[in-house]
Ligand binder design. Structure first.
Ligand SMILES: *[C@@H]1O[C@H](CO)[C@@H](O)[C@H](O)[C@H]1NC(C)=O
Ligand SMILES: *[C@@H]1O[C@H](CO)[C@@H](O)[C@H](O)[C@H]1NC(C)=O
Ligand SMILES: *[C@@H]1O[C@H](CO)[C@@H](O)[C@H](O)[C@H]1NC(C)=O
Length: 167
């Protein structure tokens, strides 16, 4: 089934004024043109395109598929919402941090199915921003960490441990 995928482009740089270069980074909701229209094809439901600043921190909390998720900011939240509705999934609704955190994943398996998640960091004193990668033993452990600590990752976590060069 065709759907509108969210592509997350990450660039590294040390200076915030680089934001003026719009091509550097963004959450791009690709144009979804489907050649094979089916009754359950939702890919035209949301044609918005997003270019989100991953360093702008203004958390949005939402209970998604019964579990609490935290999003770095409203743009990323809206982008993910768009991706979901294009996959025929219910739209996401924001809630409070308190209500959301009652639904953090608690019980995760010990099965080692590592994922690599990207966490944006900004140092206002230094005026620097970067993305730090961190490996979690599985997706549940990652989501539990993000939810309980209140620390949002950006983009879809990659399957597999992070590369040695990306701590
Ligand atoms: C989520 O997507 C639906 C359908 O496109 C839209 O009506 C709703 O406003 C969106 N919500 C947010 C927070 O973007
Ligand atoms: C920000 O950078 C300064 C100077 O390098 C450093 O002293 C400080 O600990 C950093 N702050 C954080 C929150 O990392
Ligand atoms: C790790 O490196 C490979 C090869 O350079 C690259 O294709 C892959 O996207 C990288 N994975 C992550 C999580 O950075």
């Amino acid at each position: 089934m065709p759907y509108c995928s969210t592509i997350f482009l990450i660039a590294h740089y040390r200076h915030p004024s680089m934001w003026k270069l719009p091509l550097f980074i963004g959450l791009l909701c690709s144009i979804c043109l489907s050649t094979q229209a089916t009754p359950s094809d939702c890919s035209d439901n949301c044609l918005l395109r997003f270019r989100c600043n991953p360093y702008y921190k203004d958390y949005v909390w939402s209970i998604v598929d019964e579990k609490c998720r935290v999003f770095q900011n409203g743009c990323i939240f809206a982008s993910e919402n768009c991706t979901r509705v294009n996959r025929c999934l219910p739209e996401m609704v924001a809630t409070t941090q308190e209500q959301c955190q009652e639904r953090c994943s608690d019980i995760c398996t010990f099965i080692y199915q590592p994922v690599c998640a990207a966490f944006p960091y900004t140092n206002d004193t230094e005026g620097s921003s970067d993305i730090r990668y961190r490996t979690f033993s599985n997706r549940c452990v990652l989501d539990s960490y993000a939810c309980k600590r209140g620390h949002a990752y950006v983009g879809e976590p990659q399957a597999g441990a992070c590369n040695a060069t990306t701590v």
